[in-house]
Design a protein around this ligand. Structure first.
Ligand code: LMR
Length: 391
């Protein structure tokens, strides 16, 4: 029976990791998968995480199962970071730990489907795994254009999609640091989106995977909080993979907001049973390290400082790219106002291939670059290479 399977292509983004490693050129530049890099090109473990891990080694007395909801101390400790210290509807929100933000998105979509959602709208381009998850879970995908040619959000397309949505549809929105475009909604745009969602009554699924990498922890959650204050129900997928640098440890969560505290046990019971059938229980270690940080004031301060230095560097690289103005036919100026790890450059497949073959510069086939792969040491080479291939 297994011989009936047809060959599947490798995930294009993850395949880039291997291609890059195999390249022996000394001046190669990795702008592929979304991991933060320092100005030396390293992706170090946060010092706050190292200290938390040491505390776990010293003090953790058991690795016995916790259950499908994972580490609820972790889930609770994140709440003030995500929703704010004084969020009025906090009693209407329950959460569960998931394997990475991907687990959070998957569980959110599966939960929405179990509740009767048949179609999920999303702006395109989006993180390619969003569409794969919708397909695998078995809900239809509705799409609308996310970005205009001038590098801002395509609000007309979003308005039209929401207006045309059926009451049983859901909509998947990026909370901040849009992946792959870096084009976020302004506060005024979030206000409009909030009003539209409230009016239409469709279920928002909010994917917050890069909190703190845009403008700040509070600023990056502002849109999500605005929506949650106004609508009766929502699902939030959260990732700690980037803002705690825990990528391979797979640390995420889903938060479920219902119409009042009374409906939470039922919603959460569905989340738990779907998790049980999917991965049974999430991996503990990374979430325990996050909990350890967030329950210690000094470690929390240290983590926030580390996050701030990442954010500052990302935005410095953005500013430097924008300063260059244009590189060949590519306008780099909008990158200054976009946010997060990613931006899309309007390059053809051939130009992207040329960058790889002639200049050892690796980026996704969509033209997405990971801003953090650029350093003060390689940025000029990058700009010159883009200028050359797009001239
Ligand atoms: C990315 O988009 O590069 C990251 O979210 C990593 C991934 O899993 O795709």
């Amino acid at each position: 029976i297994l011989a009936q399977l047809t060959q599947q292509p490798p995930d294009a983004l993850l395949a880039l990791i291997k291609l890059y490693s195999a390249d022996e050129r000394g001046d190669k530049i990795d702008l592929g998968v979304g991991v933060y890099r320092t100005d030396d090109g390293a992706t170090p473990v946060f010092t706050s995480i190292k200290k938390a891990e040491q505390a776990l080694v010293d003090k953790q007395d058991s690795k016995a199962y916790l259950g499908p909801e994972g580490d609820m101390g972790f889930v609770e400790a994140l709440k003030p970071i995500i929703f704010g210290k004084d969020f009025a509807k906090i009693d209407s929100i329950d959460g569960m730990q998931t394997p990475g933000g991907t687990g959070g998105v998957r569980l959110a979509v599966a939960l929405a489907k179990a509740a009767g959602v048949t179609k999920v709208w999303m702006g395109t381009p989006s993180w390619p795994n969003h569409a794969q998850i919708l397909k695998d879970v078995g809900v239809a995908a509705g799409s609308f254009n996310h970005a205009t040619a001038d590098g801002t959000a395509d609000m007309a397309a979003l308005r039209e999609a929401i207006a045309g949505a059926a009451p049983t549809d859901a909509i998947l929105l990026h909370g901040c640091c849009h992946n792959p475009t870096g084009i976020d909604y302004s506060l005024a745009e979030w206000e409009e989106i909030t009003a539209l969602l409230k009016d239409k009554g469709i279920l928002p699924i909010l994917d917050l995977a890069y909190q703190g990498l845009g403008d700040g922890l509070e600023e990056d959650a502002a849109g999500v909080r605005m929506v949650l204050e106004a609508v009766p129900e929502a699902l939030i997928a959260y990732s700690c993979d980037k803002n705690f640098g825990l990528y391979r440890d797979r640390v995420g969560a889903i938060y479920m907001m219902g119409e009042g505290a009374d409906c939470l046990p039922c919603i959460a019971s569905n989340g738990a049973s779907l998790a049980r059938a999917n991965w049974s229980m999430p991996p503990d270690h990374g979430a325990a390290a996050v909990r350890t940080i967030l329950s210690d004031a000094a470690l929390t301060t240290e983590w926030k400082e580390e996050l701030e230095s990442m954010r500052t560097r990302i935005n410095q690289v953005r500013a430097k790219l924008a300063e260059a103005g244009v590189a060949g036919s590519v306008d780099l100026k909008p990158l200054a106002t976009q946010r997060g790890l990613f931006a899309i450059l309007p390059l053809s497949k051939e130009q992207i291939q040329k960058l790889r073959e002639d200049h050892a510069i690796y980026m996704a086939g969509s033209g997405r670059i990971n801003i953090a792969g650029l350093t003060m040491g390689n940025i000029d080479k990058f700009i010159a290479a883009v200028a050359e291939v797009s001239a």
